[in-house]
Design a protein around this ligand. Sequence first.
Ligand SMILES: [Zn+2]
Ligand SMILES: [Zn+2]
Length: 238
Amino acid sequence: MQRDDKVYKCLNFVQDFIYPPVCVLCGQRGQRPYNLCRSCLSELPRNESCCRHCGIPLPTAGLECGPCSRRPPPYVRAVIPFRYAPPMDHLLQRLKFNHRLELAPLLGGLMAEAVQEVAGTLPELLLPVPLSPARIGERGYNQALELARIVSSRLATPLDWQHCQRVRHTVAQTSLKRDERQSNLRGAFAVRGELPSHVAIIDDVVTTGATVSEFAKTLRQAGVREVEVWACARAGRG
Ligand SMILES: [Zn+2]
Ligand SMILES: [Zn+2]
């Protein structure tokens, strides 16, 4: 064991003694590195059987969903470790709408673990899905960027939030029917400057996939060869 590791372990021990981590779901003692207990962690809705391309939950693992087999999405793969179901949906809503930014290390950390579990070369850059300036003004922060900061530091992969922008303030996707969602987003993103050939889009929740698909399409048009999508949770088809 390195000397630095010993010092780190010792500091953690002291910190646990003075400020023991508390599980954000049940209030019992949490388990480092997260403020979640072992039992609540094991009960999170894992997205184990899902489309190998877009990550949508499926009854059987390793297959491709109908839409992906008819027309592959503009990204190579999606790494989405959880389903958008209780209690993960509550955690993500608290992060997104209730300023509970202390949940980002937990949720971003779980995303980074999921990426480490799947084989493959890490991308050269992480790109959180940009929010419009109006939405940032309303909310005060971009939850995708907060998650991306954690994933970036856990995987030692750089992050960029300045070269991609949301240039059109779109109507909230949830208020639209499925076929209206893609047209609502057309031309919503813009890229400035040069990007590397392999990047990962970071988002909190993928619902229909319309937002990440439009962003991936914009990145491909800007010359990115390989786009991945990393999100915390995936909704099923509603
Ligand atoms: Zn718990
Ligand atoms: Zn699919």
